[in-house]
Design a protein around this ligand. Structure first.
Ligand code: CA
Length: 248
């Protein structure tokens, strides 16, 4: 039996389903569609340095998906044992966002366009699910991924109260598209995002597109992990077949 089938059977069993009827893919943005994480982690490191808070750039890959305010308070709790007010955290987050904006245009993730096109050809709806409110990056969705995300099928920072690992963004996406959790797949790259996808009840696929080890993604609850986006793009047609043809 191939890996896909083993993972699908395990998921069916855990979710008390006989068969899957996947209607929609809920797709994260940073690190899945755009290679923006190196700029984000650098911007966070610059802010931490400016505040005199000791931090390591790579640790910010692990916080990916948290709200900016939550990340700032994580730093302050560690640094001095207490949080700052929400207002102060928002002001500090503006500085980080400014550093990010000044980093220059981000690249698209190689293979992501093929993944989205394959989903579309297979009749699987695509919903964008991101905690990001970066207007420049969001605008680029229409340039780089034209016709692949309907305007009403986008959940962004403007919609959600809680960041990942809270499942809220994915639950909201399932509601928006009118699909049960087990009729959706989540495509993620970061541990907290995988945790949110898994907690929403979706079949959660993780792609390693940064320095986070594969094991972290498995430990966070990924049903399947791929080593790169081109590898996932290549395996996706078979995976969709396996979704359709595997039953308990
Ligand atoms: Ca991400």
């Amino acid at each position: 039996m191939n890996n896909n089938k083993t993972a699908i059977l395990r998921y069916l069993e855990a979710n008390h389903q006989q068969h899957l009827d996947i209607k929609a893919a809920l797709i994260d943005m940073d690190g899945v569609l755009f290679d923006s994480m190196p700029f984000h982690t650098l911007a966070w490191k610059r802010l931490a340095d400016q505040l005199g808070i000791e931090a390591n750039r790579d640790e910010f890959y692990l916080y990916e998906g948290m709200t900016g305010v939550a990340t700032i308070n994580l730093l302050f709790r560690r640094h001095c044992g207490k949080e700052v007010s929400v207002e102060e955290a928002r002001e500090l987050y503006k500085i980080k966002a400014e550093y990010f904006r000044n980093s220059g245009p981000v690249d698209v993730i190689t293979g992501a366009h093929d993944v989205l096109s394959c989903l579309k050809r297979s009749g699987i709806e695509r919903v964008l699910v991101t905690g990001s409110g970066q207007p420049d990056t969001l605008r680029r969705i229409d340039e780089e991924y034209e016709g692949l995300f309907e305007p009403h099928l986008r959940i962004t920072a403007a919609d959600v109260k809680h960041g990942k690992p809270n499942p809220e963004p994915y639950l909201m996406a399932q509601q928006r598209i009118g699909a049960a959790p087990t009729q959706t797949i989540v495509i993620e790259n970061a541990p907290l995002g995988v945790e949110a996808g898994h907690a929403s009840g979706a079949f959660t696929i993780a792609i390693t597109t940064g320095p986070v080890p594969k094991q972290n993604l498995i430990d966070s609850g990924a049903d399947l992990v791929f080593d790169s986006m081109p590898e996932f793009a290549q395996c996706l047609p078979q995976l969709i077949e396996d979704f359709r043809n595997t039953s308990l």
